[in-house]
Design a protein around this ligand. Structure first.
Ligand SMILES: *Cc1c(COP(=O)(O)O)cnc(C)c1O
Length: 406
């Protein structure tokens, strides 16, 4: 065991599984953005706009408004400011935040294949990716991913809908209903006894051996990251429409559940492009899996795992059950993130139950961690808790979450 160097008080609190807030001492107001990455985010926005008709057609979505968009709901106004929920639990088809990054990467890959085959030209509307010729092309290719559940659902459903062979390597945390839904839609599910990292490694190895396979690499993918980052512009427009002005005197404070870091990291990166020093992003992690916290607090560029400090990475917060943070995203968060708070399984279920009792909104336990933010973070401004998933959870499973929450 290669124990990372953490301040002694922090280390013992983490090892005691005490819910805590870590404030990032390295956050800076003035950030240098990577111009190549910023250009990729602009491309992703353009691509998703061109994929609107395609997604509507593939999934029979209503014919108005952008296909991948979620509501911003005002929950309450408190002494520390208004509190909103960003409702990605309600994103179509995938029922989670993974619709953003996942659909973007699958579509970007399909677009590249179709351009190489001469079926479309760069910049075209992407509705043509649903044509019989495109489907025949994609049938000769596979898309492979490793996941704790929701990324697999997003990639598998979008890949299969386009006609790809979709292969999803699921870790031991993955819920049965997610596997069934994928199989019902024509994806191949490979079950593993190991954790998220092991499922990803398996998928990567399998895809490397097959030239017709594309591996969606949750630990390194720029296309996933940029798809997530686009959500920042959506939030900006929704806050404007709600008459909320963000400024130095009225900060935006965003609470994002973190697994490997791709989804919250992409969104945080995008939010800093849009709001500059006026946004403060906090990640929420399980007390057993605070992988981004140990990575950033260690100050190390070497991968640090929660196993290295004696934690188990065993949690009911399945979307966040990740032992080692993305080595691509962690360095990008070093000067951006305001802090990270940890949440116990019990607190997450209780927050889930409370939100449901007040509003009827159905989110999954991983997503509920974001609701702890406004109380944990001592900061005045406009709070947004990012509800990252849950609308597709079967009723019987949801009833069990509520019962635990009570
Ligand atoms: C995947 C997921 C997250 C975190 O995203 P990462 O990219 O793994 O950090 C948060 N909430 C839910 C519900 C998820 O499925």
């Amino acid at each position: 065991m290669n124990q990372p160097v953490l301040p002694a008080a922090l280390l013992s609190a983490l090892q005691a599984r005490e819910p805590l807030l870590w404030v990032n001492p390295q956050r800076q107001d003035q950030l240098a953005h990577d111009s190549a990455l910023v250009a990729r985010i602009a491309e992703a926005r353009d691509r998703l706009a061109r994929a609107d008709r395609l997604l509507r057609q593939l999934f029979g979505l209503p014919a108005h408004g952008p296909a991948i968009t979620s509501p911003l709901l005002r929950l309450e106004d408190s002494a520390s400011g208004p509190w909103f929920i960003k409702g990605d639990h309600a994103l179509p088809v995938a029922g989670s935040i993974k619709a953003r990054g996942g659909f973007h990467e699958v579509i970007a890959h399909a677009e590249a294949l179709a351009i190489s085959a001469g079926l479309i030209a760069a910049g075209d509307d992407l509705a043509a990716l649903a044509s019989p010729r495109a489907r025949a092309l994609f049938a000769g290719h596979s898309i492979v991913v490793g996941s704790t559940g929701n990324l697999g659902l997003s990639i598998g459903l979008c890949g299969a809908a386009l006609g790809f062979k979709a292969v999803v390597h699921m870790s031991t945390d993955a819920k049965e209903w997610k596997k069934k839904r994928l199989r019902d839609h024509g994806a191949v599910v490979v079950e593993h006894g190991g954790d998220y990292g092991a499922a990803v490694a398996q998928g990567r190895a399998e895809a490397a051996a097959d030239p017709a396979a594309h591996f969606v690499d949750d630990e390194h993918s720029v296309d996933l990251f940029c798809g997530y980052a686009c959500a920042a512009y959506e939030l900006q427009a929704q806050l404007q429409a709600a008459g909320v002005v963000i400024s130095a005197d009225n900060s935006l404070i965003v609470h994002l559940p973190c697994g490997v870091g791709g989804a919250p990291g992409g969104i945080a990166y995008g939010l800093h492009l849009v709001f500059g020093p006026d946004v403060f992003c906090y990640f929420a992690e399980p007390v057993e899996s605070p992988c981004m916290l140990v990575q950033l607090a260690s100050g190390s560029d070497e991968p640090v795992s929660v196993y290295d400090i004696g934690l188990t990475n065993r949690t009911e917060l399945d979307g966040l059950a990740v032992a080692t943070a993305s080595p691509f995203v962690a360095p990008l968060m070093r000067a951006r993130l305001a802090g990270i708070f940890t949440v116990s399984d019990i607190e997450a279920h209780s927050l889930l139950q409370d939100l449901h009792a007040r509003t009827g909104i159905k989110i999954e336990p991983s997503a509920a961690t974001a609701l702890a933010g406004p109380d944990r973070v001592d900061r005045t401004g406009v709070h947004v808790s990012w509800a990252t998933g849950g609308s597709l959870v079967p009723a019987s499973e949801f009833a069990a979450f509520l019962a635990w929450g009570e």
